[in-house]
Design a protein around this ligand. Structure first.
Ligand code: ADP
Ligand code: MG
Length: 521
């Protein structure tokens, strides 16, 4: 087993408190790096309760009157928000709310709400085009390797392993090796400065970046151009829908049917003819709207870049609508079988596995059990971006279709034996399902236990049978061994999602052995 990585902090987890870590004298005054650290009170059984409790209000006086600068363009969606262009300056009037800050736009003089993650404090490190607050090593690689980016395109991101440290990721090219990404550790100094090589220290990150932009100083290439930044995630459709997940259904236009699931149809649609959404319609009688609303309130608060965002619900009439983020490439299962996923290389499959493990690591940390983890419940967006959906839904299904004893709709082939037999669902039964999902992934969407019926599978699995290593698909022994660990008969012996995420994040595709303590991160 590898060394566990230190936990990455999510963009804005619920029940987490903000702390500030000054990174240099220049940035320590109002422009310090905001990082999130877990609230130590939020552990164990308390976690689920805490996430629905309002966050303590940060001190208003400390944070108001700052000037922020827009990192992206934003078009207002409702009457209370303000549009802006990249580079626009705004004064923060109130930042006590979680996602929407009240500002005064310094050019248009408009006052209103803006999504907080589209801006950064002026002259802070987050306002730099090259600073990526929330990407992993693998994602950095994906973003940099886009064809349009020239050699020397770079980004700086917080280190996943070293507190107060950063990593510099640079696109490079070499004869015989082609394009690839090199990662350098940026280490912190006790006095607040930084260095990559001990003989060159800098008082701030921008000073370091500036120096390496002029001269490679031993790097693979001089820093040429900041990596283009993808748009940040939004968790609400608009400011008036924040923390209000019941929505009037006439705001939704259903445009095209995307598919049919166990519980109803799924549609591509638009909110107010403007923003793309996916709408799940639930067959009448599938669940009680009270139970569902409680669950929706929890699901709405689970935010992670590898979990599909739940925007709102329409539950006043049947059929209940669940309005979600739209993922343009549909389910992972369809993508692998009939979509562009058919052409994915092994390293893309590893990238998908890492993303699913990362989303599940988040649920593991928050003690939410998925209960229906499978390739059909992973959705694919642009550039092989993967997000888990339907987390929490299985719990509220009232219909017998979901009852283990009733057979066909219950995902027998994905469910751990103790969950089938004793209804003992846990994060460890999710780990079992993740192992099955891995087999679906590496066999490009093959049905698990091909040729076997559900009942036969339960009987055989209880006797110790496990799916063999596929013969007609490439699968390294190490990954197959990992699947077998996920299918350990004793739930407690199965790996954690934290470990699984680390395993796939640091999987070295070229040598086909995961190196768990990479020289750089
Ligand atoms: P299942 O029971 O197979 O999990 P679902 O009802 O969850 O079915 O979804 C049915 C299909 O609708 C999926 O296979 C997928 O193609 C599509 N779909 C579901 N949610 C979304 C979404 N958020 N964005 C795009 N497509 C979606
Ligand atoms: Mg589903």
């Amino acid at each position: 087993m590898g060394k566990c990585c230190s936990k990455r902090q999510d963009a804005q987890p619920i029940g987490y408190k903000k702390t500030e870590i000054g990174i240099s004298s220049k940035y320590s005054n109002g422009g310090s790096l905001d990082r999130y650290t877990p609230n130590p009170n939020q552990v164990g059984a308390q976690a689920r309760v805490d996430i629905i409790r309002p966050r303590p209000t940060p001190s208003h006086s400390q944070r108001a009157n700052r000037i922020v600068v827009a990192l992206y363009k934003y078009a207002a969606r409702q009457s209370t928000d303000v549009s802006f262009e990249k580079g626009d300056r705004m004064e923060v009037l109130d930042d006590t709310e979680r996602d929407w800050w009240k500002v005064l736009h310094l050019t248009t003089q408009q006052e209103g709400l803006i999504p907080w993650n589209f801006v950064a404090v002026e002259r802070s490190v987050e306002s730099e085009d090259w600073f990526f607050d929330d990407v992993s090593r693998k994602e950095a690689g994906k973003l940099l390797l886009v064809d349009e980016n020239p050699r020397g395109t770079f980004l700086v991101r917080p280190s996943e392993h070293t507190p107060r440290g950063y990593s510099l990721s640079v696109k490079d090219w070499e004869e015989g090796r082609g394009h690839h990404v090199k990662h350098y550790k940026i280490k912190p100094l006790d006095n607040g400065g930084f260095y990559i090589a001990t003989n060159q220290t800098f008082s701030t990150l921008p000073a370091l970046v500036m120096a390496y932009s002029k001269n490679a100083l031993g790097l693979c290439h001089v820093l040429a151009k900041p990596c283009p930044k993808p748009q940040p995630e939004m968790w609400d459709l608009g400011p008036e829908l924040r923390d209000k997940w019941e929505m009037n259904r006439n705001q939704i236009q259903l445009i095209r049917k995307l598919g049919h699931g166990n519980f109803g149809e799924v549609w591509y649609g638009k909110w107010k003819n403007q923003i793309e959404v996916a709408v799940k319609t639930l067959k009448p009688g599938t669940m009680s709207s009270k139970a569902f609303l409680q669950e929706a309130a929890i699901m709405k608060q689970f935010r992670h870049r590898h979990l599909v965002a739940l925007y709102a619900v329409c539950s006043k009439e049947e059929p209940i609508y669940i309005v979600q983020e739209y993922m343009c490439n549909g389910s992972l299962l369809d993508f692998l079988r009939t979509g562009d996923g058919k052409y994915m290389h092994f390293e893309d499959l590893i990238y998908i596995a890492a993303q699913v493990a990362s989303g599940m690591e988040h649920l593991e940390g928050k003690q939410l059990i998925h209960r229906d983890l499978a390739a059909r419940n992973v959705l694919i967006g642009e550039k092989n971006k993967a997000k888990i959906c339907d987390f929490g839904l299985a719990r509220v299904i009232e219909n017998d279709e979901y009852c283990p004893k009733q057979g066909n709709k219950f995902p027998l082939k994905w469910t751990a034996p103790e969950a089938i037999v004793y209804a003992r669902f846990s994060i460890k039964s999710d780990v079992w399902s993740f192992g099955i999902l891995l087999m679906e992934l590496f066999t490009y969407g093959q049905v698990p236990y091909p040729g076997m019926h559900g009942r036969e599978v339960i009987e055989q699995v209880e006797k110790g049978y496990r799916m063999p290593k596929p013969v007609n698909h490439y699968l390294p022994d190490g990954v197959y061994r990992l699947m077998l660990q996920c299918w350990d008969g004793s739930p407690e012996k199965r790996p954690t999602f934290e470990y699984l995420n680390h395993y796939f994040e640091s999987f070295n595709v070229t040598s086909e052995i995961p190196y768990l303590e990479p020289p750089t991160d």
